[in-house]
Write a protein that binds this ligand. Sequence first.
Ligand SMILES: O=C(CO)[C@H](O)[C@H](O)COP(=O)(O)O
Ligand SMILES: [Co+2]
Length: 216
Amino acid sequence: MTKIAPSILSANFATLADEIKDVEADSDYIHVDVMDGHFVPNITIGPLIVDAIRPVTDLPLDVHLMIENPEHYVSAFAEAGADIISVHQEACPHLHRVVQQIKAEGVKAGVVINPATPVSQIEPILGDVDLVLVMTVNPGFGGQSFIDSTLSKIESLKELKDKHLYHYEIEVDGGVKAETAKKCVDAGAEVLVAGSAIFNQDNRSDAIKNIKSSLK
Ligand SMILES: O=C(CO)[C@H](O)[C@H](O)COP(=O)(O)O
Ligand SMILES: [Co+2]
């Protein structure tokens, strides 16, 4: 069963608790996009917001760190209530150390690759992570168009997972909507992050059902 992770990046931050409640029943994770204005051009959410939304939902908080030096903030996000913390390969010269740091906090560890980063860059760490996030847009903003060349990387990650019996989930993020979701799942994606395709719609439940029915 494909999981759905609405990205609150496209939600109304003035009513964030209500926005999360609105998608909770149809979703599996809540995806939280953390941007620092350095690794990506945008600035968004810090541990304070994760702490504030933690009591709002029992769904796992899937925290996507688009920040430089993520090792400085792993503890703060774990203490704030993150269930999964994912870091970009491109931001981590000592990736293995950061993954171990996340796991030592008792949190699931994910690794993320940008559209231009090949799977080979993360191959040595695949046996250690709980989630691999394939960016299907360049990180920094919601509402961008899906990049088709990322599909072959999803296929490679599925092949490597099956071959080595790795346990990571394959997640995709960026430009995911009813028109693009099926090709991700056919390639091997197990978790679909969607922001604008859900929160920019009046009826969020229908928007999620629309994505799910596109997979049939
Ligand atoms: O990490 C992200 C951007 O860097 C977001 O999770 C992603 O862009 C979701 O937005 P949309 O579904 O509108 O593309
Ligand atoms: Co994201």
